[in-house]
Design a protein around this ligand. Structure first.
Ligand code: LLP
Length: 421
């Protein structure tokens, strides 16, 4: 459920008409609903209750500092994967003891940054990283809390580009090697081994791969404890999928996912962390765009809109589906026709949808791409020197621009012409 609904024939974000935002901000823009973000965060805290838990928002999915502040103020932790994301979490006022640091390529500089600013734990992904972190922490005279990310070799049954839990993927250490790596971690100075981490992929629409992975983590917990490790925290990653269409085959609910967690690892007495991104942010955001031209091609009609693959790359990168709806709804029973919805970028891959049945839209009409809150704005680029588009946050009847559209001067002035040229 989200808070983007039609009222009086106009699509609203909570109590604000998107036509009003478009008139003030211009198109295209991303728009997020505070009520939806809040609701989705609480679905997880409720699903995990009464287990001791921390829901760490995967800020790679949506990293605007205003959104992070909203979630941080509700008590959320943050899952970061770079020094930049760590800085964003801190800028949003999230304390270090609620920030977990994931990722396969943490640099020594990033380790130092997090150890100085405070960190709940590093999720270590390899032996070289383990040794580097030990060196960095020791040189600073501090102890780094860590989990080790294990790769359970399960098939997440999702898009191959976002599956992470198979042995051929670059993530984590093979679960069979975990005892040896934990033994090394326990010997190294400057490290405090607090738990185990696992994350098998994103947009999972079936609980079964999670179950396989969590059962393996539960077994490993028992084994490592018997070998003397004080495993007290389990980070179970993110990955629960969202409905991208309004069809019947909806992915499992957070409540069912929570029940699975309790069933598989609930009796271990561990604090449970999860790292959901998409489920919190995905349906909390839309991308609003305007039709520039309707072009009648050979056997098909193109809706050329003012957003493009540089603004929302998911359709061209993963073949992802985003529902497209008109901001102003026609009367019930209005005719529709198939359109190819494309952006102005100069490549054929800049296509949002092919032969999508839509109302008879025309120049100047506003449309909204649904489910664009996750991996939308964060993956945008300035390809074709198209400015990053603004982000707007709505709460009740308030809205604010939380990232402004840059001017062309700002964009161009970042380049420098060498004196010798
Ligand atoms: N934790 C770790 C270690 C991750 O790598 C990810 C996502 C998450 C948590 C959050 O997963 P989520 O709950 O959002 O599924 N750009 C792609 C998705 C990439 C996901 C990367 N890792 C897309 O647009 O579908």
């Amino acid at each position: 459920m989200d808070h983007f609904v039609y009222r009086g024939g106009i699509l609203h974000a909570e109590d604000v008409a998107l036509t009003d935002i478009a008139a003030t901000v211009g198109t295209p823009f991303y728009c997020y609903s505070a009520a939806t973000l809040t609701r989705h965060y609480h679905l997880f805290t409720e699903a995990l209750s009464p287990l001791p838990n921390l829901v760490c928002f995967a800020i790679k999915s949506l990293s605007n500092v205003a959104v992070l502040k909203l979630l941080g103020d509700l008590g959320a932790g943050m899952d970061v994967v770079s020094g930049g994301e760590y800085r964003r979490a801190k800028a949003a006022g999230v304390p270090g003891n609620r920030i977990v640091f994931s990722g396969v390529g943490k640099t020594r500089e990033e380790m130092r940054l997090a150890l100085e600013g405070g960190i709940r734990q590093f999720n270590v992904e390899s032996e070289p990283e383990l040794r580097a972190l030990s060196e960095v922490a020791t040189s600073m005279g501090v102890v780094a809390p860590i989990t080790i990310r294990v790769n359970p070799d399960v098939d997440a049954k999702t898009h191959e580009k976002i599956a992470t839990g198979k042995k051929e993927n670059k993530f984590g250490i093979p679960i069979g090697r975990a005892p040896a790596v934990y033994a090394e971690a326990a010997r190294l100075p400057g490290l405090d081994v607090v738990g185990i981490d696992v994350h098998i992929g994103s947009q999972l629409t079936d609980l079964e791969p999670f179950e396989q992975a969590f059962l393996k983590v539960a077994d490993l917990t028992r084994q490592l404890r018997s070998e003397g490790h004080n495993i007290r925290r389990l980070d179970l990653g993110g990955g629960l999928g969202i409905p991208y269409t309004r069809s019947n085959d909806a992915p499992p609910l957070p409540m069912d996912y929570g029940a699975l967690i309790k069933r598989t690892v609930g009796d271990l007495g561990c604090e449970v962390e999860i790292e959901p991104g998409r489920l919190i942010s995905g349906n909390s955001g839309i991308l609003v765009s305007q039709v520039i031209y309707v072009k009648n091609g050979e056997g098909r009609d193109f809706l050329i809109v003012d957003s493009a693959m540089n603004d929302l790359v998911r359709p061209s990168m993963y073949g992802a589906h985003h529902d497209i709806v008109p901001v102003i709804e026609g009367p019930v029973g209005s005719p529709t026709q198939p359109f190819d919805v494309v952006g102005p970028v100069c490549e054929t891959g800049d296509t949002f949808a092919k032969e999508r049945d839509l109302p008879l839209l025309t120049e100047g009409d506003l449309i909204a791409f649904r489910s664009a809150g996750a991996y939308g704005a964060v993956m945008a680029s300035e390809y074709n020197t198209r400015p990053l588009i603004p982000e707007v946050l709505v709460k009740g009847d308030h809205f604010a621009v939380i990232r402004a559209r840059p001017s062309f001067d700002e964009i161009i002035s970042r380049d420098t012409i060498p004196a010798w040229l």
